[in-house]
Ligand binder design. Structure first.
Ligand SMILES: Nc1ncnc2c1ncn2[C@@H]1O[C@H](COP(=O)(O)OP(=O)(O)OP(=O)(O)O)[C@@H](O)[C@H]1O
Length: 210
């Protein structure tokens, strides 16, 4: 998916979170969205996902040369973030069956294969509510990484992951990013080192309180 941001700005009440962002995101690009806590990284990702409307400027999306309306973005989007909830009252298998009815997996990825890739075979019939925070994070990431969606948004992807989990994330993000447009918000260099482009949100905050 190609995304053209032109003069993009988001304000909450009187506070500009970012302003004047003009950038073209090419299909296949991986962009790290950087900045300290509270800088506006999640706000920027939420604006690109269509969940927040920009206060000014435009976002234009296209897929294989065809315009995609912002209201159709959810169908083309996979998004993993600490603040997005899982359906914790379901077992792992029930959750995967439910989730993939709305957000199908990439070709060749069955539910069994996904469970195996997450190393969650023993938890197949366990309630997600009972998962450790690292297990939940691996599940959130796998659902996004292996979704059949050309736009991938990852917010702080190694939250709650140990060293093995962080290595797992790096292996699977590399395996699945080809051809997709990836925006990744982070404060941890190891999780975004592979990105070819960087956007530092604080570079777009000159007029934050005007
Ligand atoms: N819905 C909202 N209404 C008002 N202000 C908001 C809203 N959402 C976020 N903010 C404010 O916008 C600013 C940026 O928040 P955001 O969560 O985007 O930062 P972040 O860079 O992702 O932070 P962190 O690294 O801590 O996750 C903060 O000052 C926050 O309080």
């Amino acid at each position: 998916m190609q995304i053209n941001a032109t003069g993009l700005g988001k304000r909450f009440k009187r506070d500009w979170i970012f302003r004047g962002l003009t950038h073209t995101f090419q299909p296949g690009s991986a962009t790290a969205v950087l900045g300290p806590n509270g800088a506006g990284k999640s706000t920027l990702l939420n604006t690109f996902s269509g969940q927040l409307l920009p206060t000014e400027g435009t976002l234009a999306y296209s897929l294989a040369g065809k315009t995609v309306a912002v209201e159709d973005i959810p169908a083309h989007l996979a998004y993993a973030a600490p603040y997005l909830e899982l359906l914790e009252e379901l077992t792992l298998l029930e959750l995967l069956q439910f989730h993939t009815r709305f957000k199908p997996l990439r070709a060749g990825i069955s539910l069994d294969k996904l469970i195996g890739m997450m190393y969650l075979e023993k938890a197949r019939h366990q309630l997600v509510r009972e998962f450790s925070s690292g297990m939940k994070q691996r599940l959130k990431l796998a659902l996004a990484l292996y979704a059949d969606a050309p736009l991938l948004l990852l917010d702080e992807p190694t939250t709650n992951l140990d060293t093995t989990g962080a290595a797992w994330y790096l292996e699977h993000v590399q395996a699945t990013r080809v051809g997709r447009t990836l925006l990744l918000s982070s404060n941890v260099p190891a999780e975004y080192d592979f990105c070819d482009e960087h956007i530092v949100v604080t570079d777009f905050q000159v007029a934050r309180s005007s």
